[in-house]
Design a binder for this molecule. Structure first.
Ligand code: UDP
Length: 325
């Protein structure tokens, strides 16, 4: 199968490219390297440095490569930043994404698999969250992803472009090759592991007065390899529409801190801070029933096993991708 992956040099994209490549598919990666890393692109994939804002270039790449499947990861993806710079989120995640969709239609792509997010639900009134829950994003990031999901429905209706939209819960962990390296790092597990590596003095705990068991936010942490395998399944099967990607289990920030301490054998210094704008108290998935029907389940269900993979990667790459040739 010929597959094109946008954002294939990023954290989740690189894991997905690895999965496609290891299953023997022919992969082309498009990434503008604004956040991604060239060293995170699997050696068997063809790499093209391009930005989705370049409509004509994107169309000519797709016409030349003629992929059957597109997996679309390229996006701005930080809740906090989206509360400061909403325009960037609508431009990058919606307007630039439209350039990709037009190119897909004109070059005969059969199906697109899209990285959406549980941020589309906002503050859920019921847990776990099913795909039919109300859609009320409370930050521009979630709103931009929801807009794109709605656009995808119209492209299917009008142009017959099939789509799967995966609403990720919290991606975490690492493959044997690729891990999480953001500049600046804002995610919980890498920030905790940075303390263990002596790269920061302490981890900030954003909000300790939430209406949860221990007052900190609860999230559903899903391994990046599970995200990758579900994308390949979506590309190869008849799966359609919108699906949650989570484990169905929630962990508080303090539970994640404890898991990182157990796995690393180190006490991790932390400091209580005010809530971070745009963070809902608790997000836990009702995992997609359609994926379960296709015998797909997360391989990683224990938080310590997930953290172990992240720890192994960070230990081996203390400077992230900077220590690669
Ligand atoms: N968080 C935290 N300290 C950090 C990073 C994150 O307390 O250094 C909290 C954050 O407020 C949220 C949870 O950990 O409740 C997960 O945040 P992350 O940024 O990893 O993922 P998000 O939920 O924003 O996608």
């Amino acid at each position: 199968m010929k597959v094109l992956v946008t954002g294939g040099a990023g954290y989740i994209g690189s894991a997905c490219v690895q999965e496609w490549a290891e299953q023997g598919h022919q992969v082309t990666v498009i990434d503008n390297l604004s956040k991604g890393h060239r060293a995170a692109v699997h050696p068997d994939a063809q790499f093209i440095k391009a930005c989705l804002s370049q409509a004509e270039r994107i169309e000519s790449i797709l016409r030349q490569e003629k992929p059957e499947i597109v997996t679309h990861f390229a996006a701005s993806a930080l809740v906090n930043e989206s509360m400061e710079r909403p325009g960037r989120y609508f431009e990058n995640n919606v307007a630039n994404g439209l350039n990709l969709l037009e190119a897909c239609v004109r070059s005969g792509v059969r199906k697109i698999v899209f990285s959406s997010t549980c941020s589309v639900y906002g503050i859920p009134d019921q847990l776990p969250i099913t795909e039919s829950a109300p859609l009320n994003p409370i930050n521009p990031y979630g709103e931009s992803k929801l807009l794109f999901e709605r656009i995808l429905r119209w492209y299917r209706e009008v142009h017959g472009l099939h789509f799967v939209s995966f609403r990720y819960f919290n991606a975490c962990g690492a493959t044997d090759r690729y891990g999480e390296d953001h500049q600046p790092e804002t995610h919980l597990i890498p920030n905790l592991l940075k303390v263990v590596l002596g790269q920061s003095d302490r981890c900030e705990i954003y909000g300790t007065d939430y209406p949860t068991l221990d007052g900190t936010c609860v999230r559903d942490y899903i391994h990046v390899k599970d995200l990758a395998s579900s994308h390949v399944l979506a590309g190869l099967s008849d799966l359609e529409g919108v699906h949650n990607l989570g484990t169905g289990k929630g962990h508080s920030v303090l539970e994640i801190l404890a898991a990182c301490e157990t796995v690393t054998g180190t006490i991790i210094a932390s400091r209580k801070r005010p809530r971070r704008p745009g963070d809902p108290p608790e997000l836990v998935a009702a995992p997609s029933a359609a994926l379960a029907d296709r015998n797909w389940q997360p391989a990683f269900t224990e938080i310590e096993r997930i953290v172990e993979t992240a720890w192994l990667w960070h230990k081996n790459h203390p400077k992230g991708y900077d220590d690669r040739p």
